[in-house]
Design a protein around this ligand. Sequence first.
Ligand code: SF4
Length: 380
Amino acid sequence: MKDIQPILNKALDGERISAEDATALLESKDFAKIGVAANEIRKRKNDENIVTYIIDRNINYTNVCNVVCTFCAFYRRPGKPDTYVHSIEEIEKRIDETIALGGTGVLMQGGLHPDFNIEWYEDLLSTLHKKYPNFQLHCFSPPEIHNISLISGLDYESIMRRLKAAGLNSMPGGGGEILDDEVRKRVSTKCTTQEWLDVMRAVHKVGLKSTATMMFGIGDNVSHRVKHLQRVRDVQDETGGFTAFIPWTFQRENTALGRKITEEPTGIDYLKMLAVSRIFFDNIQHIQSSWLTQGIRLGQAALGFGADDMGSIMIEENVVSAAGASNEANEKELRYQISEAGYRPQQRDILYNYIDREESASLDERKSMPLKNLSVAFAD
Ligand code: SF4
């Protein structure tokens, strides 16, 4: 087994590690040593006393989906009896509930609906933006943008300009899974690696930020995972538009792929991937713990392996929970886990600005408050 200390020293000296180095780290059994280095780099990159989290809601506006991903338990084929599309009133009701809980935004994604063109998405965003001008709309993903492109015949940049003008604030990095077509083509008929990366280039080109994600354990090996890291880092070198990287492991329950896969990533695989991500991405500011998929305790442990953010309290999430992840946490629990790990919990918005919340404000007052005035009333 290769000695990994020179690689870790290189990273600790501020030098960029290569794909070959990342491979050696992921193949190493010395995950504790990798974690220590990642944690040191995390402390230099972000406030070492603070771990951030966001209060938002994941609204899945439709489960109708035109493609097949064998790792997905959420989608329903068009025309099936248990399909749904949320009405604008239903979405607004969920946003009101989110604001009442101190939420600052919504993460809205759905299946790839065969009939929704650019105008449908523009209407949705502009209606919400008009009613909630200060509430952040963090919506869609590269596969949805690619689907709009197929339906409306527009290029990615034109789509992103129009969605931004309609009120989109930023885009989640969903649908990345493993950015290597050898793996993607085996498990999904949605957009290719190149298309995913090109959508992200367009998102950043129009001045929006996004996150980048990775879901591993879908038949990929270390080489595929490293290619994924490299491709995301290359785009970030070009655009600087990724705010955070969020890796997690495949949730197998109720999925066609889950019945076939015999080897699942372990907790150690997850922590190692997280730590290697922190070390590899010298150009991405934040690494997010995915407690929703990994469980709150492993999510908490991730804070010692390079993560500086705990993500969302997740008031509603259907895609991951359909595949068997049933982890729940309210704000109090999330703050407790962060505090017990030795950090000060800090609410943030979608763009990682700190939020200080006025607990006594009424729902109507909160709806009309500028974000900067919504602020923390917690004692710690
Ligand atoms: S992961 Fe997304 S694109 Fe794939 S089947 Fe599920 S809803 Fe559709």
